[in-house]
Design a protein around this ligand. Structure first.
Ligand SMILES: Nc1ncnc2c1ncn2[C@@H]1O[C@H](COP(=O)(O)OP(=O)(O)OP(=O)(O)O)[C@@H](O)[C@H]1O
Ligand SMILES: [Mg+2]
Length: 283
């Protein structure tokens, strides 16, 4: 099964709210995609992830309409613990997600909760420690780690459950730029090596864009742009989320009649394109 998410005509209004927080959401996603979701504060990004992981309607009351199928399950009829097997969620504040005495126990916790056998837990924990290069930190307390390391542990403990979908809601909001790069790159590796579907809510387009295979912009509860990041980022809809410097440079060059062939998504890509143009001019 390649299609992991199918949303058709989805609306959601929190109990007590007048406005719908999601309006007519139509959204399909397949395994192997790295989807970047962005949009102004309050546009419904977190609400959309809550529909995907079953927190809505299991933990949030309100009015939910439309078709919602995630890993083939009807989210409206599936208990939260079952959704948690397939959809893992990581939030912005790693400190609030980690509460056990060691990194190793932290990674084992979710597996224990889902009732895995002891041998399986041991195997999965070892695998996760190796995959995330956390072996040296396994006996440390999570609070002794840096923010970037904590976020890695949070992701490792979710990946140990082997989810089909990994949702990250502003995973780098509390990290320095280098750790942010590391976390977003790590997600890229997980998508490529495990074939999972990653949905990342991120404001740091400067870092995130180059990894994404697809970019979605939301505004006022709606999806207003969805597609190839290189196309979406130069659409007029992108103005509301702020255009990265590299894309601005690209636009400026185009207006000066310098053609770069493709839209750069990182300073490295821009530099490579420059070198090509300069070499061509010298010929
Ligand atoms: N638990 C809640 N109860 C009532 N209304 C809520 C609740 N959570 C969010 N909302 C409302 O739903 C709308 C969408 O909020 P949401 O948190 O999904 O936005 P967001 O795009 O994630 O914003 P941010 O970038 O600030 O995290 C907002 O108007 C918000 O006030
Ligand atoms: Mg949010």
């Amino acid at each position: 099964m390649n299609t992991l998410i199918e949303l058709e005509g989805v609306y959601f209004k929190y109990a007590g709210s007048k406005e719908y927080s999601l309006k007519n959401i139509n959204f399909k996603a397949d395994k192997g995609e790295y989807i970047l979701i962005t949009g102004p504060s309050g546009c419904g990004k977190s609400t959309l992830t809550r529909v995907l992981n079953g927190l809505i309607p299991n933990f949030y009351n309100g009015e939910l309409k439309g078709k919602i199928k995630v890993v083939g399950l009807d989210v409206k009829k599936t208990p939260a613990y079952k959704m948690a097997k397939y959809v893992g969620t990581v939030f912005q504040d790693p400190e609030n997600q980690l509460f056990l005495s060691t990194v190793e126990r932290e990674i084992a916790f979710g597996l224990e909760n889902l009732g895995f056998k002891r041998e399986v837990i041991r195997e999965r924990v070892q695998e996760a420690l190796e995959m995330f290069k956390l072996n040296e930190l396994k006996n440390k307390a999570p609070y002794e780690l840096s923010g970037g390391q904590q976020q890695k542990v949070a992701i490792a403990s979710i990946i140990a459950l082997r989810p089909k979908i990994l949702i990250l809601d502003e995973p780098t909001a509390n990290l320095d730029p280098l750790s942010a790069e590391e976390v977003l790159q790590l997600i890229d590796k997980l998508v490529k090596s495990l074939g999972i579907l990653a949905i990342v809510i991120e404001h740091r387009l400067e870092i995130a864009l180059k990894y994404a295979t697809r970019m979605i912009i939301m505004d006022k509860g709606k999806i207003i742009a969805d597609g190839d990041p290189r196309k979406v980022i130069i659409s007029k809809e992108a103005n509301i989320v702020g255009i990265p410097k590299v894309v601005e440079i690209y636009k400026r060059l185009v207006s000066e009649k310098v053609s770069l062939n493709t839209i750069p998504l990182s300073p490295e890509e821009l530099a490579k394109l420059f070198v090509k143009v300069i070499k061509k001019d010298e010929e």
